[in-house]
Design a protein around this ligand. Structure first.
Ligand code: E4P
Length: 214
């Protein structure tokens, strides 16, 4: 499973890169706003440090305008993946963009039939927001399992990005379900390394090492 970082903060991306486990980046207008920087400035900075898919979202809501915006964004760098919201105009736009070889990430996916539509128009990625479903009392991972089944039934090539991840258990479930990608914040990525028994065991080994005659 590929690991993407869900942030637009360059310092977080640089730190995650150092661990050697990072495959790509996902952003959205909220994450760009959190940086306090200009949109193009942030996107260019990210493209300079990560050699992997970088999702950047359109803000137009009409298919023609989305297509135009998507083309502009994808021209910025070869690694740009254009995020398109899962609305009818978005699906219309993805159909055109797929034919033109522009990579897309269909975002704000909350139902399996929505994900089915994204696959029908050959979206590169679909992003089910598992944590946001859990937040309102639905089972986010159940959605991912259903998408996986639909895509396998018809051999759709659209890749599943498990998004809006809230904890390491979501990452585990994403991997067990066979998701292609899991995108997560820097904080969650950091938590993946941790286990109290690792810390305890290490402390004990280092203590015992002091007893070894040198
Ligand atoms: C995915 O691409 C989105 O950026 C993201 O996962 C949104 O998650 P949130 O619910 O934590 O904002």
């Amino acid at each position: 499973m590929e690991i993407f970082i869900d942030t637009a903060k360059v310092e977080e991306i640089e730190n995650a890169m150092k661990w050697g486990i990072l495959d790509g980046v996902t952003t959205n207008p909220t994450k760009i706003a959190e940086t306090g920087k200009k949109f193009l400035e942030v996107v260019k900075e990210i493209c300079e440090i990560v050699d992997g898919p970088i999702s950047v979202e359109v803000v137009n809501l009409n298919a023609e305008q989305m297509i135009e915006e998507a083309k502009r964004l994808s021209n910025l760098h070869k690694n740009i993946v254009v995020k398109i919201p899962l609305i009818s105009e978005g699906i219309k736009a993805v159909k055109v963009l797929s034919k033109e070889g522009i990579k897309t990430n269909v975002t704000l996916n909350f139902s399996p039939v929505q994900a089915f539509l994204a696959a029908k128009v050959n979206a590169t990625y679909i992003s089910p927001f598992v944590g946001r479903l859990d937040d309102v009392g639905w089972n986010g991972m159940e959605l991912v399992k259903q998408i996986k089944t639909i895509y396998q039934n018809y051999n759709y090539k659209t890749k599943i990005i498990v998004a809006a991840v809230r904890n390491p258990l979501h990452v585990l479930d994403a991997a067990l379900t066979g998701a292609d990608v899991c995108t997560m914040t820097f904080e969650i990525m950091e938590k993946l390394f941790k286990h109290p028994l690792t810390d305890k065991g290490l402390e004990m080994f280092l203590k015992d090492w002091q007893k070894v005659p040198k």
